[in-house]
Design a protein around this ligand. Structure first.
Ligand code: ADP
Length: 224
C-alpha cells in the first residue's frame, strides 16, 4: 500500500541569478513496511528530499501526498500536528535538548500532542527500557555516550507510533560498532512494527541491508 507518492518534485533555493535547482523532477513511491536507503555524493540533494518527505521543507513544485492527502495544502498548525503524529525523525546529531533528561526528551512529542503527563512519562520510560536505557532515565544528553544519545533520539522518534521513520545519516557520528547497533535498532523497529524506514546514509554496507536502494545524483534519482 502506498504511503507517500511524490510526482515531479522540484526544489530550488535562492532567487534571481543565484537560484540553485536542488531537486529536478523526483518521482518516488514509498510503500508501507519498506526500508529504503538513499545514497549519493554530498550535495546531491538527499537531505533536501528527506526534509520534504518529512514536511520540514516545502516543494517548489510537484505533488507530494501522504496516503493520498495533499498535506502541503494544510495550514501550518494542521501540518505541524500531522508531522507530530505521523513522522519520526532521527538525525546525524541527536538534537536532544541538553537541559532535559533522557525521559523528558522522549516524552516531549507526546506532551506536545496533548498526552497526559503520567501516561507520556511511563511510555517514554518503557521505550527507553526496551533499548537498554532504563538506568539512564534521569541522565541529561551530556551524560550519555554517543550510542546512548542516538538510542534515546530513536525512541523519541517512535513515541507517537509514527507512520514512518526518516533518518538522516543516523550512524554518521558513531564508531562502526555503535553505528551497527543503532542501525539494527532501526531495522528492528521496521521488523517488529512494520514502520517504513527511509535512511540517508553514506554507508553502503548498511544500505545493502535495506529492501530498496535509491541513488541521488545531482538532484535526480535512480533506483537499484
Ligand atoms: P546532501 O544531503 O545530498 O548532501 P543537501 O540536500 O543537503 O545534499 O544539499 C543539496 C544542495 O542544496 C547543496 O548544494 C546545498 O548547498 C543546497 N542547499 C541545501 N539547503 C539549502 C538552503 N536552505 N539554502 C540554499 N541552498 C541549500
Amino acid at each position: 500500500m502506498e504511503l507517500i507518492t511524490i510526482k515531479d518534485l522540484c526544489k530550488s533555493y535562492g532567487n534571481g541569478g543565484k537560484k540553485i535547482d536542488v531537486l529536478k523532477g523526483i518521482n518516488l513511491t514509498v510503500n508501507k513496511g519498506e526500508t529504503i536507503a538513499i545514497v549519493g555524493a554530498s550535495g546531491a540533494g538527499k537531505s533536501t528530499l528527506l526534509n520534504i518527505m518529512g514536511t520540514l521543507d516545502r516543494p517548489t513544485s510537484g505533488d507530494v501526498r501522504f496516503m493520498n492527502e495533499p498535506v502541503f495544502d494544510y495550514d501550518g498548525k494542521r501540518l505541524a500536528a500531522f508531522r507530530n503524529r505521523t513522522i519520526g525523525f532521527v538525525f546525524q546529531f541527536h538534537h536532544l535538548l541538553p537541559e532535559f533528561t533522557a525521559v523528558e526528551n522522549v516524552m516531549l512529542p507526546a506532551l506536545i500532542s496533548g498526552a497526559p503527563f503520567d501516561a507520556a512519562r511511563s511510555r517514554a520510560a518503557a521505550l527507553l527500557g526496551e533499548v537498554g536505557l532504563s538506568e539512564r532515565l534521569g541522565h541529561k544528553p551530556g551524560e550519555l555516550s554517543g550510542g546512548e544519545q542516538q538510542r534515546c533520539a530513536i525512541v523519541r522518534a517512535v513515541i507517537q507510533d509514527p507512520g514512518m521513520i526518516l533518518a538522516d545519516e543516523p550512524t554518521g557520528n558513531l564508531d562502526a560498532r555503535t553505528g551497527d547497533e543503532v542501525f539494527a535498532l532501526l531495522l528492528g523497529l521496521n521488523r517488529d512494527r512494520g514502520t517504513p524506514l527511509v535512511v540517508v546514509t553514506h554507508n553502503e554496507r548498511l544500505a545493502s541491508r535495506m529492501t530498496r536502494r535509491i541513488m541521488m545524483s545531482d538532484g535526480s534519482l535512480t533506483e537499484g
